[in-house]
Structure formats: structure tokens, C-alpha cells
Design a binder for this molecule. Structure first.
Ligand SMILES: *Cc1c(COP(=O)(O)O)cnc(C)c1O
Length: 366
């Protein structure tokens, strides 16, 4: 049996309904912004429960433009967790701010105590990452941000449909940044991102930032960027938006099966699960003994598991100028040697799930 990590061939085995919509669009010639993007933004905002949604070119741009809209750049410090996808850090640096890393906790999200310890007089914002789809500890982070007068930009790129203590990911910070990359839970046929906010002036600023600062065709408020969600991709997104809740529910169900199946294995550490949180399982990430051995064994057995990621960002060549070194963030560094992500996508069959479970168990209990 082969259990692939990617599900795109299954998801788009019949692309005709979406292609029909694209054909109509191309015939209308409505290829930048326009009605599909507006409709997509309205429905996305309704799904997340935010007042506004602004659709942009990628999740990375959603983070970058959020920082720009908040006036954050040169001379400012922005704090994020070292165990994130490269894009979180890239957006902070390209916005011109000083990147400051902190360690994560056993849930694979920012350690709030580490956040508070890293704040200086130059800190302007914190970018908590709902990594793997696990909501960051937003109650604590929000209290700290309030005490120190920091903006919060949520990296919700992997957390569409997530929530914590009744609050939806992407509605807690000043802005929330979402990605619709082909391997995110809401995916389109290329790159795309969305920024959510409840603040009308930030929403207005974001609409200008993503479209050359254009107030109208002939008036430019300031010089800015071109980062519009492609109208063609908005059409794809509109076809898939309604499926998000069902996709999350399916992923939660598969994760719960894995959790139960591995609960008795001493070699596996499953993060705590909280009834007050909706973890959307963009990844099913656990810590395991003999990680590289398990990874190789699963590969031999046709199961594509992954490591997200083997090197925390503070130890990457891209971080050399920041002056961090090995030992600075012990939790993230220890996890980097132990984490593994098993396939958890919504197209897995019961047989495939059972096969993954039996191979993992067999590795530890031959
Ligand atoms: C995917 C991702 C991003 C960036 O999204 P793109 O749409 O690929 O630019 C940012 N942060 C995290 C945590 C991500 O997983």
C-alpha cells in the first residue's frame, strides 16, 4: 500500500466543475480583482467571523502586508517562534523589522513566558503561529501584548477554522494571515492568501497596499505593492470554501484515531489535547524516539511521513546575522530531532489510516 502525503490528485480528480467556472470568467475577461474577489472576501470573512477579509497574493504577503499596514519596519523588533515555516520570519525581515525568536512549548507553539522575557523597548509586535493547526496560547499572549502595548499579527496560515476558548483563529490579533497554498486546508490552484481584521482603517490600508496604493484608477495615495489574489484563484477558492468545516472535522477524526492508537506507546509523545480548542490538524505532528529510523521505515512501507522541520529557524544560514547559536532554544532544538508528521489529509481511507497505525506500532513493537 502507498499512503501519500499529498492529496491533490484525489481532490482534483474531476476538475470539470471548477474549470467550467474558470471558462466563464475568462470569457467575461474579469481577470484582476472584480466581483469574484469581492465575493470571496465576503464569504471568507463570514467563515472566520471577522468584519473584513482582504485577499492577497500569498500567506507570506498576508503577514508582510499586515506588518506594513501597522507601520512596522526599520528600528522595530518583532517576535515570533523559532519553530515555524520560513515564511513567518521572511515576512518580518522583508518588512524591515528586526527578527527576534523565542522558544516553543510542548504544544509546538510559542511559549508565552519566553515571549514576555524577549520584549524590549523596541518591540512593536508579536507574531504567534498557530503551528500545525494548533492554536497558540492566545489568552496569555494577548494579556502580555496588552501589558507591553504590542500589536498581534496572527500567523493563521495553517489554522483556518481553528479556535481557542470560543475565539476563532484570525480574529484575536489586529490581523490574521491565512494561506491558500495547494497544501493548506483551504487550497487553491496556486498561491493565494487572506488577511482578516476587525479594524476598518487597517482593512482600508491593506486594500491600498495590495494594489499600488490606488484610491481609484488615476489617484495613488502612496507607492505600494502588487499583491492581489488572482481573480481566477478566487473562483477556485469560492468552489472550495464551503468544504472547510467538513475538511477540519475529518482531519480531527483521523487525528483522534491516531491519538488513541498510539496512546500506550512509551516511544511516542502526543501533545495534550484540549476540549476548549479546535486544532485543525494541518499537520498531525508528534514526538517520537528514533525519529529518523521511523521515518525511513515508513518510507520503505510506502508511507510518506515528513519532518516540519529538521532545523529551527534560528540555526538556519538565513539567521546568521541575528547572532543566535545552538542551545539558545532548547525545546525547539530537542523537538527538531524528534518530530514527525504523519499523513492526516481528508482523503485518507480507513484502510490507509489503519495501515499507518499498524506500521508505526510495528516499528516500536516488532
Ligand atoms: C504556509 C505558511 C506560510 C506562508 O504561506 P504561503 O501562502 O506559502 O506564502 C506562513 N506561515 C506558516 C506557518 C505556513 O505554514
Amino acid at each position: 500500500m502507498r499512503v501519500p502525503y499529498s492529496y491533490l490528485p484525489r481532490q482534483f480528480a474531476d476538475p470539470e466543475p471548477i474549470l467550467d467556472q474558470i471558462r466563464n470568467l475568462v470569457k467575461r475577461g474579469d481577470l484582476t480583482l472584480g466581483q469574484p474577489v469581492e465575493e470571496f472576501e465576503q464569504r471568507f470573512a463570514a467563515l472566520i467571523g471577522s468584519r473584513f477579509a482582504v485577499a492577497v497574493g500569498s500567506g507570506t504577503d498576508a503577514l508582510f502586508l499586515s506588518l506594513k499596514a501597522l507601520g512596522i519596519g526599520q528600528g522595530d523588533e518583532v517576535i515570533t517562534a523559532t519553530n515555524t515555516f520560513v515564511a513567518t520570519a521572511g515576512a518580518i525581515e522583508t518588512a524591515g523589522a528586526r527578527l527576534v525568536f523565542v522558544d516553543c512549548n510542548d504544544q509546538f507553539v510559542m511559549d508565552p513566558a519566553a515571549l514576555e522575557a524577549a520584549i524590549t523597548s523596541k518591540t512593536k509586535a508579536v507574531v504567534p503561529v498557530h503551528y500545525t493547526g494548533q492554536p497558540a496560547g492566545m489568552d496569555e499572549i494577548e494579556a502580555i501584548a496588552r501589558r507591553h502595548n504590542l500589536e498581534i499579527v496572527e500567523d493563521a496560515c495553517t489554522a483556518i477554522d481553528g479556535s481557542i476558548n470560543g475565539r476563532r483563529c484570525g480574529t484575536i490579533g489586529r490581523t490574521g494571515a491565512f494561506s491558500m497554498h495547494p497544501l493548506k486546508n483551504l487550497n487553491i490552484w496556486g498561491d493565494g492568501g487572506v488577511i482578516t481584521t476587525n479594524d476598518p482603517s487597517i482593512a482600508r490600508q491593506l486594500r491600498l497596499l495590495r494594489n499600488h496604493g490606488m484610491v481609484d484608477r488615476d489617484t495613488y495615495a502612496f507607492y505600494a505593492y502588487n499583491s492581489r489574489l488572482d481573480t481566477l484563484q478566487a473562483v477556485v477558492g469560492l468552489q472550495l470554501l464551503d468544504q472547510v468545516t467538513a475538511i477540519t472535522d475529518k482531519r480531527i477524526e483521523i487525528a483522534a484515531r491516531y491519538d488513541r492508537a498510539f496512546a500506550d506507546l512509551d516511544q511516542i509523545r502526543i501533545p495534550l489535547r484540549y476540549a476548549t480548542q479546535r486544532h485543525v490538524y494541518h499537520m498531525y505532528m508528534i514526538e517520537v524516539d528514533q525519529r529518523d529510523g521511523l521515518l525511513a521505515y515508513l518510507k520503505e512501507q510506502g508511507i510518506s511521513a515528513k519532518v516540519h522541520y529538521p532545523t529551527p529557524l534560528h540555526l538556519q544560514p538565513a539567521s546568521a546575522h541575528l547572532g543566535y547559536g545552538a542551545g539558545d532554544f532548547p525545546v525547539a532544538e530537542a523537538q527538531a530531532r524528534r518530530i514527525i508528521s504523519l499523513p492526516v489529509h481528508q482523503y485518507l481511507s480507513d484502510e490507509e489510516i489503519d495501515y499507518v497505525i499498524s506500521r508505526v506500532r510495528e516499528y516500536y513493537q516488532p
